[in-house]
Design a binder for this molecule. Structure first.
Ligand code: ARG
Length: 569
């Protein structure tokens, strides 16, 4: 997670601070990037040290600066106010970055901070017999990206899909199928017809409330393991899972386990019994609840004996801890379930499970398409499959216009269309609600996946030409003197930050930091590309090497987001 451009600065600052009497209570050394290049390439702010040294920040800055010394990579040091500003030898700095990236390849940005730690990520987790909609896409892509980010930092990652394959809705579905469904219809078009049955159930139940009782009875039969209901449920589950897997395959997502809610049908009884016997749960009007500090009580068993989503999550967490012995368990689930997780964690804490502090809810905002909020009950839900198909079709039209002679157009259109949707999902802070519109997600010049993919393809094409026209290939000769201009240096400075960005994205559980960072690298690349002649220039080999380093970082960044990086577009 080191930045090779700032590492030597940090070392010098550290040594200088030690001479001033630094001790572990002092704040960690953090460098800032000054707003204007005249103020230096990096700055060390001394404000927080004032209370430790009992001196004004400007005096501390002067002391720190005095201890820095000289080095070939360092042009000069200036003190301005409470800041020590560092001016690097730009060519040397850029050269070091380019050489490091090319030498490390895919390992650039990787680290081993996670060695010996296991992180379990519960993500995607769609509900059986309901469509895989754009809300689940967000969980899927945030979880998938976090999994890759943590893997790259050396963590042992376990990907869990906690399928919503249990609950009273299956009683409704069984009843609806028996009354209104046919085998042929369901087999021909599983998700749509199961959804239609579910919607139909709710419509009919408004007229005929007895249907609700029938559904409760059907679910009870299922919980008791009765044959006919179990067979139907299993059939619904298989059909749905096959559909989900098609979408996962398309997105490049995989899971280590599909252990869903139904797997806890038995264990949940033990959990309830333990809660009752220990006195943690108490009876309230025939139901069982656990009271929690500062939260509404958690209902763990209904009057009719049925268990709940929360109860299953409690049993599942215990089972996961026993199975995986995780150091972290992340639940990538929408913000509306905040209270649910607070209650689940609260009950686990009351049970005395000290590992509860390893559990984290990773919430995210909603996706709106136009003004429409998405709901299954109304039946006007946007299917992920249709959304992706549409994205690919639009991407394919754009490619047809821009580059009709492109090879493997269909493959590229798939990568661009799907990439556009995924990137737009990951670009904003996850907690924000996002609205989705075609114009902006597919804009090749905006803050989009296609823009990053296009910049990557442009770099790839330049490298191909460097080889075919100029005979330049790896290892490229790199000379500091040819990378000392402002655009090359700024670009190198950005790619130097990649390992820190990966570390920060992991720490904040925020793939958007990588998405935003990639956009900045692209801006830097495009300024460089327009300002500097590359092929045929005196410094061509060094500049081509810089392009190769940019391509490496863009490819790796896109990989961490789960977005494909085509070589040509
Ligand atoms: N199936 C749930 C839903 O679609 C999400 C499950 C999330 N994971 C969990 N352990 N509760 O809302």
């Amino acid at each position: 997670m080191q930045n090779v451009m700032t590492a030597p600065i940090l070392e010098r600052v550290q040594a200088s601070l030690e001479r001033l009497g630094a001790n572990p209570d002092w704040p960690a050394i953090v460098l800032e990037i000054p707003p204007r290049p005249e103020m230096g390439d990096y700055a060390f702010p001394c404000f927080q040290l004032a209370k430790h040294l009992r001196k004004p920040p400007a005096a501390i800055a002067a002391d720190v600066a005095a201890g820095i010394g000289s080095a070939p990579w360092l042009e000069r040091v200036e003190v301005v106010g409470g800041y020590v500003n560092f001016f690097l030898n730009r060519g040397e700095g850029a050269k070091r970055v380019v050489e490091t990236v090319l030498q490390q390849g895919d390992a650039y940005g990787a680290a081993s901070v996670g060695a010996g730690k296991r992180i379990v990520i519960d993500f995607s987790s769609p509900n059986i017999a309901k469509p895989f909609h754009v809300g689940h896409l967000r969980s899927t892509m945030i979880g998938h990206s976090l999994a890759r980010i943590f893997e790259t930092l050396g963590y042992d990652v376990v990907r869990l899909n906690y399928l919503g394959d249990w609950g009273t809705q299956f009683g409704k579905l069984i009843v609806a199928y028996r009354r209104f469904g046919t085998k042929e219809e369901v087999e021909a078009n599983p998700i749509q017809s199961l959804l239609d049955l579910y919607v139909r159930f709710h419509k009919e139940a408004e007229e005929d409330p007895a249907l609700e009782d029938e559904a409760r009875a059907a679910f009870r039969a299922l919980e008791e393991g009765r044959e006919e209901e179990t067979a139907l449920w299993r059939w619904f589950r298989e059909l749905s899972l096959a559909e989900f897997e098609k979408q996962y395959h398309r997105l490049g997502v995989h899971f280590d386990s599909y252990t869903g809610e139904s797997a806890y049908n038995e264990k949940v009884k033990e959990t309830v019994a333990a809660l009752q016997q220990s006195g943690i749960a108490r009876e309230s009007e025939g139901a069982w609840i656990v009271e929690l500090d500062g939260l509404p009580p958690c209902l763990i068993q209904k009057k009719d004996g049925a268990t709940l989503y929360a109860t299953r999550d409690i049993a599942a967490a215990i089972d996961r801890y026993e199975t995986y012995g995780f150091t972290h368990l992340l639940y990538v689930v929408g913000a509306p379930q905040q209270l649910h997780f607070q209650q689940v964690f609260g009950v686990l804490a009351r049970m005395g499970h000290t590992w509860v502090d390893r559990l984290e809810h990773i919430p995210f905002g909603q996706v709106r398409i136009g003004d429409e909020q998405l709901s299954t009950r109304r039946g006007n839900v946007v299917f992920l499959e249709d959304l992706l198909d549409q994205a690919v079709e639009r991407a394919s039209r754009i490619i047809e216009e821009r580059n009709p002679g492109l090879e493997e157009k269909r493959k590229v259109a798939e990568a661009v269309g799907v990439g556009a949707v995924v990137f737009s999902d990951l670009f904003h802070n996850r907690i924000k609600d996002i609205s989705f519109d075609w114009e902006s997600v597919l804009n090749f010049e905006g803050d989009t996946g296609p823009y990053v993919q296009y910049t990557h393809a442009r770099a790839a094409s330049l490298l191909r030409r460097a080889e075919s026209e100029r005979g330049l290939k790896e290892p490229y000769g790199v000379e500091a003197a040819h990378l000392s201009d402002g655009e090359s240096f700024e670009l190198a400075k950005r790619i130097a930050a990649f390992p820190e960005v990966v570390g920060s994205a992991a720490a904040n559980r925020e793939p958007s930091e990588i998405a935003r960072y990639l956009i900045e690298v692209c801006h830097g690349f495009n300024s460089f590309y327009h300002a500097r002649r590359i092929l045929g220039s005196e410094g061509e080999s060094s500049r081509v090497a810089l392009v190769a380093a940019v391509k490496q970082v863009l490819a790796r960044g896109l990989y961490l987001l789960g977005v494909a990086a085509p070589e040509a577009m």
